[in-house]
Design a protein around this ligand. Structure first.
Ligand SMILES: [Zn+2]
Ligand SMILES: [Zn+2]
Length: 349
């Protein structure tokens, strides 16, 4: 995976990265299929799993029947209230007529009208009795509604208590299930992560690097998609603690690597000029020069200044002179750009 400057090699590299991505996507697909075919431990739990089915069913039926009774009695009540008001109006009208008749009778003092007085009084009593009966029907319906409402409330309270108890059991069972699912997924993902870590450390620069990187992508995908979302939360504690631990580990590794790099760089800068140049790959040196940094110590250097032949920071030779023609040329060029003499052979000689 050296930084090549050859055009075709660059495009080959891009193609190989594509190979790595395609390889990773097929591995992810295969992994997903394998996980789908494994026996399922992730059964969805429900509240009804923890309730006495017959008892809760009976309570629900009671509530339903009571609500229906309330509605029916309400309809009948409306009808009887209407009948009651009609009966009341009838009584009021009849009483008014009777009172008028009575007043007339007192004035005329006709004794032969006593029989009519009796029949009129009886008719009025009958109307009053009808009104009373209608009132009784209304009260009976109101009683029915009250009974049904109270029965429904009692059943609801009882059902609520049962549901609360079931919810507690469901919560504890769900936590255990969550943990089981996580451990099961960890058992599948951990070996992949271990292999990916080993490949990253040992093989990421090898000949078959596209496959190595493809596998590393696959393992990372498995970690972030198949494992992290199933981490039990315990109110967020586990997630944050795991996040802190991983950040500390990664950060520590980065700090160690930085120090190791600086140490290596310091040692390299103490070596003789020729040996340092031999250890630098040609392409790496050219890439660094194209970015206007010293190939030896990676610090910025003004390469356009014709006065500067050596890096002012580490002392490595940046420009030298061709032995046969004495032209000033880059110390990293393999051939003199004026006379074409092989510069490396010349140094060795
Ligand atoms: Zn330097
Ligand atoms: Zn020359």
């Amino acid at each position: 995976m050296s930084k090549s400057l050859r055009l075709s090699e660059k495009w080959f590299h891009r193609g190989l990265w594509l190979v790595a991505l395609v390889f990773a996507s097929f591995l992810i697909g295969l992994g997903g299929t394998v996980v789908d075919d494994l026996p399922k431990v992730e059964k969805q739990l429900q509240l009804s799993d923890f309730m006495d089915k017959t008892a809760s069913e009976a309570l629900r039926n009671t509530i339903k029947a009571s609500d229906k009774a309330v509605k029916e009695a309400g309809d009948v009540l409306e009808q009887s209230q209407l009948k009651l008001s009609v009966a009341r109006a009838d009584t009021v009208a009849a009483r008014e007529t009777f009172n008028n008749w009575l007043a007339t009778r007192r004035v005329t003092q006709q004794a032969d009208q006593d029989a009519e007085l009796i029949s009129r009084t009886q008719a009025l009593d009958a109307l009053k009795a009808k009104e009373r009966a209608a009132g009784g029907t209304v009260e009976a319906q109101q009683q029915l509604i009250l009974n049904a409402q109270q029965a429904s409330q009692r059943a609801q309270i009882f059902l609520g208590e049962q549901e609360q108890a079931a919810q507690k059991k469901l919560d504890s069972e769900s936590r255990q299930l969550e943990l089981r699912v996580f451990l099961y997924r960890l058992a599948l993902t951990l070996p992949l992560l271990a292999i990916a870590g080993w490949l990253f450390v040992k093989k990421r620069k090898g000949t078959y690097w596209p496959f190595v990187w493809g596998f590393i992508f696959f393992a990372l995908f498995a970690f972030f998609v198949e494992l992290v979302p199933y981490l039990p939360s315990y109110g967020g504690y586990v997630r944050y603690v795991v996040g802190i631990i991983i950040t500390v580990l990664v950060g520590r590794q980065a700090i160690v690597s930085l120090n190791r790099y600086l140490e290596k760089q310091k040692l390299a800068e103490q070596l003789p000029d020729v040996q340092r140049r031999e250890e630098l790959s040609y392409d790496t040196a050219l890439t660094r020069l194209s970015k206007a940094v010293c190939p030896g110590c990676e610090r910025a250097v003004d390469l356009k200044n014709p006065e500067i032949d050596f890096c002012p920071h580490c002392g490595i030779s940046l420009f030298d002179h061709c032995t046969p023609c004495n032209a000033r040329k880059s110390a990293f060029s393999k051939f003199c750009h004026v006379c074409g003499t092989n510069a490396i052979k010349n140094i060795a000689a």
